[in-house]
Design a protein around this ligand. Structure first.
Ligand code: HEM
Length: 489
């Protein structure tokens, strides 16, 4: 072997050793490290284990895994990677991230056959933002004032049909009243006064067409989906007629339908009949079950914890002394005790138990425990109000009903930052209907408190985890007796 050959072998040997060292370095510091920085994974049986855990109850799974894995962890559900962010320390990015990082469109696609084409999750973000502006405009204070007058009238009318005394299922009654009120304020007088039975039957079919299976296969040709599609078509026809007739008569009403008819995109384009119909359906889906479920929980809690009922009654007496029997937007806005009672029912029972986003870029989160994780592109990111609202490091005795936790001095909903209390979501996509929902529930409960005495005669209700919008399980039977709340001089 001559010197040149020796050098060549030495160089090759050196290259080999350098390659091994580099690969070792790369495998030690690059690849495993980045996989180490992925969130911990929920351990389940292979393939369908994640699905079984999820179907047994997502919130039970979140509770168990949070205790084991901390505030960020990934569930492998079939081909999906769902990464949960639990607690205000990590959910900030979930709520604040721009659409280009975390989007709603893909994960909420299952709403498209119900809401219809050309609206909300069927359009790209720039159009959706404009459509959400229409919602914001339709829910401004000046509009809310006139909706409140209609809410109050609906409540008075509805309960005037009750007898002197009796026993009713509060859940059924409040569901019914809220459909009537939503029809009046959102869908308009044509539906409320002339077409209520037809339209509410059609909405019932739309509602029934949204099943857990629809989230994964929204177009599966099952009978419930076929009925949904027929109902959706018929609703379009009905609204098309109503919109044409409003436009031609030049009548203008105080309802959300009118706001959507009058709405204009930035480029000056008017909304189409199809878009108006789709936006109204979306409003009804966002606001109807959520509000009726919450009104029922409020009743159940006030009747169980009479000390809060009595504080709420005192507040009504105070306001009656000041304003007589009058109830309007500003008077409802003074009902702070009732506000806290509603807020607390919603903390314990947020109807939207899991919120979702699709991740489009890699980002990092730091947990409360100090662990840093990298969230890959392609993961579904989830947060769970039903669990996060009960975290013991944020809410004292988190499972107990304690409306006073929001009083100045305690303010547990704010103590750990903006995303401590997330029944209405928050940040970029926070609920646009929150003030509407509070006003509606207050209008109902202030009327009930002023005009009836109640006793809960069925056991305190359980949670119906099987519903898409999680609500109250079974009946909530109450005995009522008509009375006029007396205001002491
Ligand atoms: C107690 C009643 C209600 C609850 C608990 C509730 C809850 C929520 C939550 C949690 C979100 C956020 C969803 C997410 O981040 O993925 C949301 C968004 C929304 N809500 Fe509500 N909601 C209620 C009533 C209403 C009402 C009455 C309306 C309209 C009339 C409404 C309209 C909306 C709209 C338009 C959005 C989408 C906002 C956006 O993405 O920018 N909600 N709601």
């Amino acid at each position: 072997m001559d010197l040149g050959e020796k050098n060549m072998y030495a160089a090759a040997g050196l290259l080999f050793v350098a390659t091994i060292v580099f690969l070792k370095f790369a495998s030690r510091y690059l690849a495993p490290n980045s996989s180490k920085r992925l969130p911990p994974t929920v351990s389940t049986f292979p393939l369908i284990g994640g699905l079984i855990r999820f179907m047994k109850g997502p919130i039970i799974m979140v509770r168990e895994e949070y205790a084991k894995l901390g505030g960020v962890f990934t569930l492998n559900l079939l081909h999906l990677r769902i990464t949960f962010f639990v607690g205000p320390e990590v959910s900030g990015h979930f709520f604040k991230a721009p659409e280009s990082d975390l989007s709603q469109q893909e994960v909420y696609q299952f709403n498209v056959p119900t809401f219809g084409p050309g609206v909300v999750f069927d359009v790209d973000y720039s159009v959706r933002q404009e459509q959400f502006r229409f919602f914001t405009e339709a829910l401004r204070v000046n509009k809310l004032r006139s909706y409140v007058d209609q809410m109050v009238l609906e409540a008075e009318d509805y309960f005037s049909k009750w007898g002197e005394r009796g026993t009713v299922d509060l859940k059924y009654e409040l569901e019914h009243l809220i459909i009537l009120t939503a029809s009046r304020c959102l869908l308009g007088c044509e539906v409320r006064d002339k077409l209520f039975d037809d339209v509410s039957a059609l909405f019932h079919d739309l509602d029934n067409g949204m099943r857990p299976i629809s989230v994964i296969f929204p177009y599966l040709p099952i009978p419930a989906h076929k009925k949904r599609d027929r109902a959706r078509l018929r609703i379009s026809e009905i609204f098309s007629t109503i919109i044409k007739s409003r436009k031609s008569s030049l009548n203008s009403e105080d309802d959300m339908l009118q706001c959507f008819i009058d709405a204009k995109y930035k480029n000056g384009r008017a909304t189409t009949e199809g878009e108006i119909t789709g936006l109204l359906i979306a409003a009804l889906f966002a606001g109807q079950h959520t509000s009726s479920i919450t009104s029922t929980w409020v009743g159940a809690y006030l009747l169980k914890y009479r000390q809060y009922l009595s504080t709420a009654l005192d507040e009504q007496k105070r306001l009656m002394k000041k304003y007589g029997d009058k109830v309007d937007h500003d008077i409802l806005s003074e009902m702070d005790v009732l506000y806290r009672c509603i807020k607390e029912a919603l903390r314990l029972h947020p109807p939207l138990v899991i919120l979702l986003r699709q991740s489009h870029s890699v980002f990092t989160v730091k947990t409360r425990e100090g662990a840093e994780y990298e969230i890959p592109k392609g993961h579904i990111v989830a947060t769970a109000p039903a669990f996060a609202n009960r975290l013991p490091h944020i809410f004292k005795d988190p499972d107990s009903y304690d409306p006073d936790r929001y009083l100045p001095g305690r303010e547990e909903d704010k103590a750990a930052g903006a995303f401590s209390y997330i029944s209405f979501g928050g940040g970029r996509h926070g609920c646009l209907g929150e003030p509407f929902a509070y006003l509606q529930i207050k209008a109902i409960w202030s009327h009930l408190l002023r005009n009836f005495e109640f006793d809960l005669v069925s056991p305190f209700p359980d949670i119906d985890w099987n519903a898409m919008v999680v609500g109250v399980k079974g009946e909530v039977m109450v005995k009522y007796k008509r009375r006029k709340l007396l205001v002491e001089e």
